[in-house]
Design a protein around this ligand. Structure first.
Ligand code: GLY
Length: 419
């Protein structure tokens, strides 16, 4: 990936900018800054759509310098590009963005019958879900409900969970597990809560709550951090392994996994009002905001324990990151910021104010030249410096479409607070 500035200097710049903006962040002073981010996002999104040329070729990351890597609709990231367009429509009120968002959303319709992995919530709720929220289009509602039915086919009574992947091979033992559940799966539950609300059928919500409860029991450590992958025995329903697929080590805190957990339990509390989910989200928020290995600009390394000698790396690729400068994960920072900007409303005022200040500071860092790239750069993704998966050796220090999505969502949440 092209480097725009030398690393230590850009991070220092981000920290200075973050601290200054922090001192002066009167609510109304945030609006021009939020606006400027959306203006750039609009120009870049338009250019990306033109470069792709076809709504079946969906930009998700950059593998060749300057060129977006285009995925098909079955890729777990397929809903975010349409999602970005819906967020642009929401922010600008511009009918052209709605038209464009509708076109990219329509291309995803076959997903309503997709049953091959768990990511339907991401794929459909960020695209069709945003579309329904903003237009009330009954056809979108029906497609979402059908998608929720497909997702529920992966629910298993014995384990009390929705199966994430069809199998998972351990980096350390080579064992192939047949019922892996990843913490990311919490994000897919929003589609199920939605389906119960619009149909009146409690089944979807029951599945979501059962999954959330089982995950609460098995996926967390005493310090509130989450394991990435928990594997179940299909016959007994019991946990047989707690490992990591994308983190530094099985016992480490993979940054994006923590972000999904924070966002997922915040959303699950919103949908249920059950205080045990709030407790988990608050505990994890505190863990992430006060982590001793969090850089000053509040954009985490790809794993909170990356390179920590007390942890045994997951496989050979992760082992390459035993020492040296660790890549940041802008996507984790964006997801955490967005989650905190919701969670802050469910906690006492002082705690909420700390969450808002943290989110604002990390968004300021992300919008600085340390992470945000100019028009034409970075294949027109907004943010650079995310990590897909170091153990898999892919998308390391790269742009990711979902980093842009949650960055825009967080800015919208912030705007709603200050205007
Ligand atoms: N759900 C996959 C990821 O966060 O990379």
């Amino acid at each position: 990936m092209k480097k725009y500035y030398s690393r230590p200097l850009i991070y220092l710049f981000a920290v200075i900018l973050t601290s200054l903006s922090f001192l002066s962040s009167k609510p109304e002073s945030l609006l021009p800054w939020i606006n400027e981010n959306f203006q750039l996002a609009a120009a870049k999104t338009k250019a990306m759509a033109q470069a792709s040329g076809d709504s079946s070729r969906i930009p998700v990351t950059m593998k060749t310098a300057g060129q977006a890597h285009l995925a098909n609709l079955y890729d777990w990231r397929s809903g975010f590009f349409a999602g970005n367009m819906w967020l642009l429509h929401e922010y600008t009120g511009d009918a052209q963005w709605q038209q464009e968002a509708r076109k990219w959303t329509a291309a995803l319709e076959p997903l309503k019958d997709f049953k091959d992995h768990h990511d339907l919530g991401f794929m459909m709720y960020c695209s069709y879900g945003a579309g329904y929220r903003l237009t009330n289009d009954a056809r979108y509602r029906d497609i979402l409900v059908q998608g929720a039915r497909s997702l529920c086919t992966r629910f298993d009574q014995k384990t009390g969970t929705i199966k994430s992947w069809n199998n998972f091979k351990s980096w350390t033992t080579g064992t192939v597990y047949k019922f892996p559940v990843i913490i990311d799966n919490m994000m897919n539950l929003e589609l199920l809560f939605f389906a119960s609300k619009v149909t009146g059928d409690p089944y979807f919500k029951k599945v979501a709550i059962t999954h959330a409860n089982t995950t609460l029991e098995n996926h967390f450590r005493d310090d509130f951090s989450a394991y990435h992958v928990v594997c179940y025995d299909e016959q007994t329903g019991k946990v047989v392994a707690k490992e990591s697929a994308q983190g530094y080590a099985h016992e480490s805190a993979w940054s994006r996994g923590q972000a999904w957990a924070l966002y997922g339990y915040t959303m699950t509390y919103r949908e249920t009002g059950d205080k045990k989910y709030l407790k988990q989200a608050r505990g994890l928020a505190s863990y992430l905001m006060k982590h001793p290995n969090l850089p000053a600009d509040k954009v985490p390394y790809w794993d909170y324990h990356a390179g920590n000698p007390a942890y045994t790396p997951c496989g050979t690729n992760a082992a390459k990151y035993k020492s040296g400068v660790q890549p940041r994960d802008a996507s984790a920072a964006a997801i955490i910021a967005s989650a905190l900007l919701e969670l802050c409303d469910y906690v006492p005022k002082k705690e909420g104010a700390e969450m808002i200040a943290f989110a604002e500071a990390s968004l300021k860092a992300l919008s600085s030249p340390a992470y945000r790239t100019p028009m034409g750069a970075n294949a027109n993704f907004l943010l650079a410096h995310s990590v897909g998966s170091i153990p898999h050796g892919g998308e390391i220090d790269a742009p990711l479409i979902y980093a842009d999505y949650y960055f825009l969502e967080a800015l919208l949440r912030l705007k709603k607070r200050v205007s």
